[in-house]
Design a protein around this ligand. Structure first.
Ligand code: SF4
Ligand code: SF4
Length: 379
């Protein structure tokens, strides 16, 4: 049976147009979920950023989802996430979600306490450290924002689930699974375990360019919902000109039978994808290809020379220290002047520093470029 994805044209976050869309989306929830089953809303609360920046899930999506769920009898709702560096309450407040949750009396739960769960069918991630509140509450209402991503190319329903891993544990997983292939398998395995009964991808205003933190808001005017987060992401990718087979975690999830990405395996309900495609959507800068046409014996040398590493622009840096806090390998050191300085030997190129930097001061480059930049900034 194909996976079903609901695609709706939604031209604004106004309640009059958004609420009917979320009502239709919540109709996709499996019938076997009793109306009084506890549901845990999982918005994207990456860093403190306003709704206009398109970094976090838009608060109007959270409000309309809560209203639609309550209309269907779901009265045991909570919301949570595990932001990169800052406390969840602070991130939710800046994102406009804290106020909505308070007004609608939905508790914001902590994702701080990790518990290991078994994931026997997994390729890599057979024991997952998940937030206790995720394990105890079970069913997730996955509320993602469509964004580009420097490390995974695309961030949507599947990548949003990485927030179910508590913050400090996320850093150690980045260190352990820092290669793109292993990180992608980890996301696929996480989707396999969590199986959110409903995923929503907000493309009303997406993020293009240097996502997931420093890209530009870009109007897409659509909303997607599905019980298959892989299929929802595949449709979203095609709408913004990304081949989902080039998004490793989607390709691996499809190969493992966790979800569908091929058009013939996905039934799109609602509006016509051809009318909602976003032309000239700017993708994230390509992760450098290591190897390519090189003879095998030169690949290790090429990896040493061209492995992507962080570089900080001192002219943009505000010395907030977030990149130092997030760095999973301890590669980001603090100089006497308070500036972060990446130590190339320890940098694994995971892009966490780039992802959290509020000043867009971090670039991930090959070491040759890093050296050139360092010489420029010292001149
Ligand atoms: S590079 Fe960015 S994250 Fe790091 S200290 Fe400077 S402003 Fe903060
Ligand atoms: S310096 Fe940045 S890219 Fe390098 S390991 Fe640390 S967080 Fe990752």
């Amino acid at each position: 049976m194909p996976s079903t994805v609901l695609l709706l044209e939604v031209p604004s976050y106004d309640r009059e147009v958004l609420f009917p869309a979320l009502e239709r989306a919540m109709e996709l929830l499996p019938a076997e979920l009793a109306p009084h089953a506890p549901l845990l809303l999982k918005p994207n609360l990456l860093v403190p950023a306003t709704p206009e920046s398109a970094v976090c899930t838009h608060p109007a999506i959270v409000a309309a989802t809560i209203e639609a769920l309550r209309d269907r009898g779901f009265d045991r709702l909570a919301a949570g996430d595990s932001p990169a560096v800052h406390p969840v309450a602070a991130v939710a407040r800046t994102a406009g979600i804290g106020e909505i949750l308070e007004k609608l009396e939905v508790p914001l739960v902590s994702f701080a306490d990790p518990v290991a769960v078994d994931n026997p069918g997994a390729r890599l991630f057979r024991s997952i450290p998940l937030a206790r509140s995720v394990v105890e509450r079970g069913n997730l209402v996955n509320l993602a924002r469509l964004k580009t991503h420097g490390f995974t190319r695309y961030s949507g329903a599947c990548k949003n689930l990485f927030g179910c891993v508590p913050g400090t544990t996320k850093a150690s997983l980045h260190l352990r699974y820092h290669r793109q292939e292993t990180f992608a398998w980890m996301i696929a395995d996480l989707v396999r375990y969590l199986e959110p009964p409903i995923s929503v991808v907000d493309g009303i205003v997406a993020m293009e360019g240097r996502g997931p933190r420093n890209g530009r808001p870009r109007r897409g005017n659509f909303l997607l919902a599905s019980r298959d987060p892989v299929a929802a992401d595949a449709v979203a990718c095609r709408l913004v000109g990304i081949d989902p087979r080039n998004v490793l975690h989607l390709r691996f999830a499809a190969a493992a039978g966790i979800g569908r990405i091929e058009p013939e395996d996905i039934e799109v309900l609602g509006d016509d994808p051809a009318t909602l495609a976003v032309p000239d959507f700017e993708h994230a800068p390509e992760p450098p290809e290591i190897g390519g046409m090189l003879p095998t014996f030169l690949v290790p040398l090429a990896r040493r020379l061209f492995h992507p590493r962080a570089a900080v622009d001192p002219g943009l840096c505000t010395r907030c220290g977030d990149c130092i806090t997030i760095c999973p390998s301890g590669a980001m050191l603090k100089t006497a002047a308070g500036l972060p300085r990446p130590k190339p030997r320890f940098c694994i190129g995971c892009r966490c520093c780039e992802e959290v930097c509020p000043a867009d001061a971090v670039r991930i480059e090959g070491p040759v470029l890093s050296l050139a930049r360092r010489k420029r900034s010292e001149a």
